[in-house]
Design a protein around this ligand. Structure first.
Ligand code: PMP
Length: 387
């Protein structure tokens, strides 16, 4: 009887859709793409219908969760590896290793792109377990560290491991090569010429927080794509900041095209960036909610929030116009709202970004004709255990 019910329902539906013209399937690209990296970037912009309809302002999200490694960080990982190879700091098939401290997304992106290279990843021990599983599946070595106060322990450990790797790969004393983008690469120190350097195994500390390639990936990619996709009619760009690369690169590009575009930050509770932008200092020690993220432990929203001035966020500070503080509870409610109303199952940083879009539209009293673009960084699949 259930089968009969479904058959009848299908007949009724088909009758109702007699005049229904199937939509042509639009491809992201007509070209045959060159392997997995060909899938990175050029992500579509999607209208978040429930919010746009409610506000009368167009809220558009850049669907970064469609990148092959599942997040906006694919762009950054690809650029960091490409740039390092271009200047000869990293060479494929030499047994080199890429070390990085990450809450997960960047590690997954590096492991996806690096493929055969072994990738040791240093992660805080309080991030969602599904990211660790993904990293293991991609062949990365994962070391967990307990997050600690303002010092970024995972970065320090990753830097140290990269250095030690150089030490063990040769008899000479290791030293750090500090290239202009501030990437630290360990070498054995006994290389006679650049060719030696090229072919020796080395520990490459990608250092997404200080590495300028991070900013460049967005300045050359995400920013121009948004400009093109909106025909230049974007009134505001909203982003969270983890390393600051997205807001720095995308924001600086958009401002260079039109200085009236508002650049706004979505900042989770406990992050110091909101205070920095509003009051000029990173911390308000009287503020109890700051304590939790100041110690970066057991946070719900992962990937955004900053408590120190990295090179990448420093680039962004002059162009940031506004900031909105988002509580963990708001982010969780918004994640669920988006599933129920739009069928969008997004990560918590995307939920924070969309909340900041709403707050900005209300604050500006914007109505029809205005467009706010934000980043939908990754999917909810990466956050089951937290949200
Ligand atoms: N969302 C998620 C889920 C992330 O992992 C990150 C990066 N840590 C960001 C947003 C922030 O991007 P950025 O590092 O460019 O500031």
């Amino acid at each position: 009887s259930l089968a009969l019910f479904f058959q009848a329902r299908r007949r009724r539906r088909l009758a109702a859709h007699d005049h229904f013209e199937p939509r042509p399937i639009e491809l992201r690209s007509d070209e045959v793409l060159n392997g997995v990296t060909g899938l990175i970037g050029n992500t579509p912009l999607i209208r978040v219908n429930s919010l746009s309809d409610a506000l009368g302002v167009e809220i558009l999200g850049k669907a970064e969760f469609l990148n092959p490694g599942g997040s906006v960080k694919d762009r950054v990982a690809l650029r960091m590896i490409d740039d390092a190879e271009t200047v000869g700091l990293l060479h494929p098939n030499t047994g080199s290793r890429i070390f990085e401290g990450t809450v997960g997304s960047t590690g997954i992106s590096i492991a996806t792109i690096a493929r055969a290279r072994l990738v040791p990843i240093i992660m805080p021990d309080d991030v969602a377990e599904e990211k660790v599983k993904a990293l293991h599946a991609l062949g990365a070595d994962v070391e967990r560290v307990r997050p600690a106060s303002i010092v970024d322990k995972k970065q320090n450990v990753a830097r140290q491991r990269a250095l030690n790797f150089g030490k063990h790969s040769s008899s000479g004393e290791p030293h750090l090569v500090q290239v202009p983008s501030s990437v630290v690469v360990s070498t054995s120190g006994d290389e006679k010429n650049p060719d030696d350097l090229m072919h020796k195994p080395r520990g490459f500390f990608a250092d997404q927080f200080e590495n300028r390639s991070n900013h460049d990936a967005h300045y050359d990619g995400t920013g121009p794509e948004i400009w093109r996709q909106t025909n230049g009619s974007v009134n505001a760009f909203v982003s969270g900041a983890g390393t600051g690369g997205t807001v720095a690169g995308t924001g600086r590009f958009l401002k260079s095209m039109n200085e009236k575009i508002i650049i706004a930050i979505s900042d989770p509770e406990g992050s110091g960036l909101y205070n920095k932008i509003k009051h000029g200092v990173m911390f308000d020690y009287k503020e109890s909610e700051g304590t939790k993220r100041r110690h970066q432990v057991d946070t719900v929203v992962e990937g955004i929030g900053i408590n120190r001035l990295t090179d990448n966020i420093s680039l962004a500070l002059p162009i940031i116009d506004d900031a909105f503080r988002i509580s963990d509870a708001e982010a969780v409610s918004m994640s669920r709202y988006l599933v129920q109303h739009d069928g969008l199952f997004l990560g918590s940083s995307s939920a924070c970004n969309l909340l900041a879009c709403i707050k900005l539209a209300l604050k500006m009293d914007w109505k029809e004709g205005q467009t706010i673009v934000t980043i939908l960084c990754d999917s909810g699949n990466r956050h089951y255990s937290k949200v």
